[in-house]
Design a protein around this ligand. Structure first.
Ligand SMILES: Cc1cc2nc3c(=O)[nH]c(=O)nc-3n(C[C@H](O)[C@H](O)[C@H](O)COP(=O)(O)O)c2cc1C
Length: 219
């Protein structure tokens, strides 16, 4: 495993390189991640944009019993979602990597649970955007920092499919909402970047459906 100084050095990687090579890494080894490294990643994550009065807060799970509870919830969620995914996609690799995580969840060295204070506002609609939007920028920062450090990480919501159970497992007060989970570890093999469509396919000019950049992407 690299030393903390080596990891700190890797965190100076050019941001565009890190963004382009970032992708979900679910297969990891059981090797330790020290507190200095983890806190450095979470500190970088916390620089993300958020709603003015809400911040993403993190529950770092290392305790095997707590991990086991989350692993059990993840397996329950996965047993249902797997069937949904199979009807939507023929992509075996996508199913296999999720299956691997489900089978080895307890072996992942660190599980980060991202939480936000409060409950999702039901009205107006932008209340929900601001609520969840206070968490996901920090999680993207965390994924990027993990990638730069040479760690593997992936965003998942499945261990939280029952908020009631997640609250009980993590000892969360009623006014704290768990939003997403990021298992982190040293990658097995070489991580692959996320597969993304050419940028022109997801850009609309002035009005939805006007896509003059369609099929244009990076060579
Ligand atoms: C809001 C949100 C929820 C997600 N939930 C899950 C999840 O429950 N399980 C999972 O394996 N990945 C989850 N992901 C990760 C994405 O599925 C993943 O980044 C994307 O599918 C690309 O990965 P792939 O190449 O393995 O498909 C989630 C991502 C986001 C933004």
């Amino acid at each position: 495993m690299p030393t903390f100084d080596e990891i700190a050095d890797r965190l100076h990687s050019p941001v565009a390189d890190v963004m382009r090579t970032q992708g979900p890494v679910r297969r990891v080894v059981a090797g330790e991640i020290d507190d200095d490294t983890l806190l450095e990643l979470l500190e970088l994550a916390s620089h993300a944009s958020s709603d003015s009065h809400r911040r993403c807060e993190f529950v770092v799970v290392r305790d095997p019993d707590v991990k086991h509870q989350l692993a059990r919830a993840n397996r329950q969620g996965w047993s249902v979602y797997k069937r949904v995914l199979r009807t939507r996609s023929q992509d075996d690799a996508m199913v296999e990597s999720r299956q691997w995580l489900s089978d080895h969840f307890e072996d992942v060295p660190v599980i980060v649970v991202a939480c936000v204070r409060g409950r999702r506002p039901l009205f107006p609609a932008i209340g929900a955007s601001a609520f969840y939007g206070s968490v996901f920028p920090a999680l993207q920062n965390l994924l990027l920092a993990a990638r730069a450090a040479g760690l593997g990480a992936a965003l998942t919501a499945l261990p939280l499919w029952s908020h009631w159970e997640a609250r009980r497992t993590l000892g969360l007060p009623r006014r704290v909402t768990p939003v997403a989970v990021v298992p982190i570890g040293w990658p097995r093999g070489t991580p692959e970047p996320a597969r993304v469509p050419p940028v022109g396919n997801v850009v609309h000019l002035d009005r939805w459906g006007h896509q003059p950049y369609r099929a244009r992407g990076r060579p």
